[in-house]
Ligand binder design. Sequence first.
Ligand code: PEP
Ligand code: MG
Length: 591
Amino acid sequence: MSGGRTLTGQAVSPGIAIGPPMVVENRPMPVTREQVDPARIAGEVTRLRDAAARAGAQLGQLAEQARTRVGQEYAAIFEAHRMMLADPALLDEVERVIRAEAVNAEWALEQVVHRLIAQFERLSDVYLRERQTDLLDVASQLHRELQGRPSLRPTPIGEEEGILVADDIPPSQAVQLATGMVCGFASETGGQTSHTTIIAKSLGIPAVVGVAGLVGAVARSSLVIVDGFEGHVLVDPDPGLVQVYRVRAEEHRRRQRELLEVVQLPPVTLDQHRVRLLANIDLLHEVGAARDGGAEGIGLFRSEFVFIEASPSLPDEDQQTAAYRALLDAFPGQPVTVRTFDLGGKKLARELLGSPEANPVLGLRGVRLCLQKPEFFRTQLRALLRAAGTERDNLRIMVPLVGHVEEIKTVRTLLNRLGRELEGEGHPVPETFSVGAMIEVPAAAMIAEHLAQEADFFAIGTNDLTQYTLAVDRANEQVADLYRPFHPAVLRLLDRIISAGSRAGIPVELCGEMAADPLAVPVLVGLGLEEFSMHPPALPVVRRLVRGLSFRDAQRIARRALAMATAKEVEEFLLEQLSNLLAHLKVRITL
Ligand code: PEP
Ligand code: MG
């Protein structure tokens, strides 16, 4: 029926997006050394300078659009990259190598970048080492221009938004999704809980990931449809089909508006069992969406994004204090849970904080990294205490990737020490604050009753808990079908954690993607989960489902699911339960 092609991947963020593609390639590009004839050297230098001018103009355009659409903090990222590109230490040096060695511009660029990176690596200053990531970003942009390969092309202001199509988008680039230029997202890599997916969901951007051969298929197309329900990417579809999808997109928007009607009603079951709905946010400007969705506080602020927002400077204590304070003030009297930097693993600035690891997901990430690099952790903890001061009592500090009781104890000791230090400097600090443990490592789940003696609350990170329990990389599309949060092993761990929290009398929240999954809502309510934290667009659906459930039925559902042997059995059972619930509620949601 279509004149174009339809590719299939994994639907990870619902909705339909229609627009021109903006193609990004991040795969490393092979660079070969070519000897340049002396007569052509001047031409090679011109080629370099022209490519740099094009890359610079593009970064300028990106900065401008980011500034007008989302704010100065995003514009600063692109501006910093443009300045780096204009720095004579880079381009003049590449030109020198072209002339001295009579080689092609790509090769010269590669040599210079290698040398600069080696210099950065010898520095002890974390801030300066971080510049490696920026340098690599700028170099790869210049490289693409030299090779005439597609890169992120901003659509002119006022024109249609585009679909971001990529081979792979690392978390450090995921922030581009928030520039207001992207209405849909598709990529060759990624999975249900990879970080870029999470950001797309938060922003309500329809997304399909794990689409083999995507970039090649889209490279010369002019229109793409992302079907975030079925997991399809349609390349240059017939006008008739485009019309069909426009109608579906409108229908989805209408349903979303309907769901918002219940936003003011409390999330309470039919038999008066109350839960709390909180928001996960990565970027400060998502606060508005969290409020619109009726969030009763923040259950997860992924503070590592403060790094990206402040780039190229390392966010200093004052900047961080201001950011956290803004967040605390956005939800007065309601919990605001700031997760301390969860850097490392595959996330964000791993490269800048140590030498590359062979197995980073099992390596120096989360609280381990923070405790090994106390200087930047200290800055963050001081900023958190200063942000709360004596006037705000809604701060919850959440520690990621806890596996050992000692880790929580050490963070608390550090906080107490820093509190005294700040008081000595005349800063008001809170008398009490909550320190919680993220439970996302199976070991932590197994010792939950001990951790509950040290932690003021638990936050279950099912994205990682599933990954580590099932030994399945959450971002690897090759094993995406094995990534099953409803595996009975994961459910049993959830039961264990929630029960341990409840016996100790501490709040338990769940802030992995599972909290937003309609299939999971009845079983989680039934297990006794009190706090559900999710990307803001999912809040209305979950609220509606909670209000349609009876707690007694939910407990029965949880008991039955816990006794099952396979993920498939659990999923089928939960689907049946959800269908009954939806039929009863006379609500249609798209799973
Ligand atoms: C999780 O692991 O479930 C979680 C919420 O943290 P992140 O997705 O940032 O790893
Ligand atoms: Mg996690």
